[in-house]
Design a protein around this ligand. Structure first.
Ligand code: CDM
Ligand code: ATP
Length: 287
């Protein structure tokens, strides 16, 4: 049987409001997410047992053992059939763009095809708050701790992403919050254009940006590098950081800005593409 290939796109929190805290310490969020046309790649070859090999430019330091979210995801699906898994890491780990969560979600989609199994009832929430939204990688308003997902329609959002090569652990950023009961996002209107959407987003926030910046000052440098690129309409951090994104009215403007940024900051991880719906690209398929 030919191997199965699955794409695990980067997740971007276009806005992320922290609106409360549950008794178990998890924070209640109100977030607008979209997905990038770049990300990690998984290959699942039928094999007698389950094994994982991590490759790719961002693979260094990513565990190959049972703690990898890909293997933890595999353990959730019934069916004994093994698989030789290759995880080609292109997204920096622990960087706020859902790398591990998107890999876990891609693994669930791939194994569901390989084993003919259905997806777990909690849609992978037990693996991480970002996994359910990554299972169906389309623009969505996400509430609760990540389980309450409502798809939304957004125009394509040309973006440049940059990671200043600092990794910030998600729990430390939540812990450093000074206010946990902030106002939710405004109601999401229909957007006539990309510029319309960028203007609306500028009135929303990422409440994790201030605590993340306090932990990792490199984030401020990434944000100001993005904000000063010609045509950048909004620069903001994604998730718990440290990856930041800049939004542009057109893909041509974003690509020009990306070329400039890559040349001036070659030591940073960066990528460019239109954020939006990546369901088609992310479908598990036989090679
Ligand atoms: C920041 C976001 O990326 C926004 O989409 C997510 O909320 C975090 O998602 P994630 O990385 O999948 O997070 P998890 O692996 O579930 O949680 C890591 C840690 O972050 C904190 N955490 C996470 C999610 C949440 N809603 N409240 C929290 O307080 C908890 O300390 C938790 O132990
Ligand atoms: N498949 C994986 N890819 C990357 N990291 C992994 C993976 N599996 C487990 N990890 C571990 O999980 C940690 C968090 O990595 P991940 O890429 O999920 O970041 P994140 O910033 O928490 O994502 P987000 O907050 O956007 O969901 C890493 O430090 C790494 O040791």
């Amino acid at each position: 049987m030919p191997p199965i290939e699955v794409f695990a796109p980067a997740k971007v929190n276009l806005a992320l409001h922290v609106t409360g805290r549950r008794e178990d310490g998890y924070h209640l969020l109100d977030s607008l997410v979209a997905f990038a046309p770049f990300g990690d790649h998984l290959t699942l070859a039928p094999a007698p047992v389950l094994s994982l090999t991590v490759t790719g430019p961002e693979g260094a330091g990513v565990p190959e053992g049972p703690e990898n979210l890909v293997l933890r995801a595999a353990a959730l699906l019934p069916g004994g059939q093994g698989a030789a898994i290759t995880l080609d890491k292109r997204l920096p780990a622990a960087s706020g763009i859902g790398g591990g969560s998107s890999d876990a979600a891609a693994m669930l989609r791939g194994l569901a095809l390989l084993r003919g199994a259905s997806l777990p009832e909690d849609r992978g929430l037990e693996l991480g708050a970002d996994v359910p939204m990554c299972l169906d990688p389309r623009p969505a308003r996400v509430r609760g701790i990540g389980e309450d997902i409502a798809p939304v329609t957004l125009p394509p959002l040309p973006a440049v992403l940059v990671n200043p090569r600092v990794s910030v652990p998600t729990p430390a950023v939540f812990k450093a919050l000074t206010a946990r009961d902030n106002p939710p996002m405004a109601p999401i209107p229909g957007f006539a254009s990309t510029t319309d959407c960028i203007d609306w987003l500028a009135g929303q926030r990422n409440d994790l940006e201030a605590p993340a910046k306090a932990i990792a000052p490199g984030i401020a440098a990434a944000l100001s590098a993005l904000a000063t690129l010609p045509g950048c309409g909004l620069a903001r951090m994604s998730g718990s950081g440290a990856t930041c994104f800049g939004l542009f009215a057109t893909l041509t403007e974003a690509e020009t800005a990306f070329t400039h940024l890559r040349a001036t900051r070659p030591e940073w991880w960066s990528a460019c593409g239109a954020l939006g719906d990546q369901r088609t690209l992310s479908q598990a398929r036989r090679a």
